[in-house]
Design a protein around this ligand. Structure first.
Ligand code: 0PR
Length: 379
């Protein structure tokens, strides 16, 4: 730290200069991210609640109200009744809380969790932290977890089965409706990681995908407002069907305004609740359908453009994620794209390139990318 403070003007000028090094969503070059430019109202709401801390809820009853209302709206969207939950730091913490509750409810020695091979890498961290043994179930030909393989992995030590509604790499939706009877039969907790898909699937025009609390065995769902909810980071969401789950997460906070905390993170911003709340209020169902509809239209533009340029899609997109391969080295192509300023993900597991068509990715960006792709491939 320097001896004396600088003027606001100087500090801001320095920050602005450094900020220019960051990529901007508006450029339409970020095709690898599940986050996006927050909705303008999310930004305004965030500023308004910047100093609020849900870690000490007795001080911020207004923020608590917003969190409760957001959790209720998410639960209703996911066909839940009387659900409980919290806004947390992201999908990782949401998945962590779900498996912590499942593990603590089960009371078994050497606990295991059955995960799809396609599960997000957050589960690797979580298994490590919670001392859970991950048991991976294989996928079917369309990269969805195979329920028969899941059933074979279940044993006395299984504390939870996980399904993903919108996998990180391909955006496919596991057959949760087929995992539900397996979970019921073996009396095992079913957790759905809908971090990405939870705010896409309910707004799709045609697809009827059962993945939520309408299915009897589903005990918890991760759904992240800071992904397709266009809220400001950090806004993850964990929803539980039953209040009992929260008892397993309860930690006494003897000298705070409230007696207990239920999240892993202690101090957490109320601005997350405010920004999510503001987006929900501003868009409503109609607005979200429009946003998702546009993302799906742009997804189809990518898919059609890629196919007609001779690239192979790994799967037909279900959600707003496109994955493709090149006949001339996919990894190399991903590197060349990056050198030319296009940020795409290279997915080693499937040797493919992933494009996440978030709200900041517009039609004109898809056209520009497709035009550039053929040139870049030849480099
Ligand atoms: N579950 C699923 C299905 C996810 O896709 C993700 C993150 C998580 C859980 C974990 O969520 P948090 O990162 O909020 O804890 N999926 C993105 C991914 O890995 C995260 C991401 C976001 C990556 C923005 C890049 C990026 O620029 O692809």
């Amino acid at each position: 730290m320097q001896a004396k403070g600088l003027s606001r003007k100087q500090v801001l000028a320095e920050l602005k200069k450094i900020r220019r090094r960051d990529q901007q969503y508006d450029d339409g070059k970020i095709l690898c991210s599940m986050c996006t430019k927050p909705h303008p109202m999310a930004i305004k709401a965030y500023r308004l609640f910047l100093t609020s801390n849900l870690g000490d809820p007795g001080l911020f009853p207004g923020s608590v109200q917003l969190e409760e209302e957001v959790i209720n709206e998410l639960a209703t969207l996911l066909h839940g009744k009387n659900c409980v939950g919290h806004l947390v730091s992201g999908g990782t913490e949401a998945n962590l809380l779900a498996l912590l509750a499942a593990r603590n409810m089960a009371h078994v020695n050497a606990p295991e969790v059955v995960l799809p091979e396609s599960a997000h890498f957050s589960f690797t961290k979580i298994c490590n932290l919670l001392n859970l043994k991950p048991v991976y179930a294989g996928l079917d030909g369309s990269f969805r977890v195979d329920p028969l393989k899941v059933e074979k992995c279940v044993c006395q030590r299984t504390v939870a089965i996980v399904g993903t509604a919108g996998t990180s790499e391909l955006g496919v939706v596991d057959p949760i409706e087929k995992l539900s009877p397996v979970a019921l039969e073996h009396k095992v907790w079913l957790h759905v990681d809908a971090a990405f898909g939870g705010l896409v699937i309910p707004f799709l025009a045609d697809a009827k995908l059962n993945f939520d609390f309408a299915l009897e065995a589903v005990e918890s769902i991760t759904v992240d407002p800071h992904k397709m909810g266009m809220a400001a980071i950090p806004a993850g969401g964990i929803i539980f069907r039953d209040r009992k789950a929260l008892d397993c997460l309860k930690t006494e906070t003897p000298y705070l305004t409230d007696q207990y905390q239920y999240t892993f993170v202690g101090t957490r911003t109320g601005a997350a609740a405010a920004s999510t709340w503001a987006v929900f209020r501003s868009l409503g169902m109609e607005g979200f359908k429009k946003v998702v509809g546009n993302c799906m239209k742009t997804t189809r533009l990518f898919a059609e453009g890629l196919t007609s340029a001779g690239f192979k899609l790994v799967v037909e997109p279900t959600l707003n994620i496109v994955s493709f391969r090149s006949n001339h080295g996919t990894k190399r192509l991903a590197e060349k794209l990056r050198q030319q300023g296009w940020f795409v993900s290279y997915v080693p597991r499937y040797d493919c390139i992933r494009i996440v068509v978030m709200p900041h990715v517009k039609k004109q960006h898809a056209s520009a990318f497709l035009k550039d792709l053929t040139r870049i491939e030849k480099l």
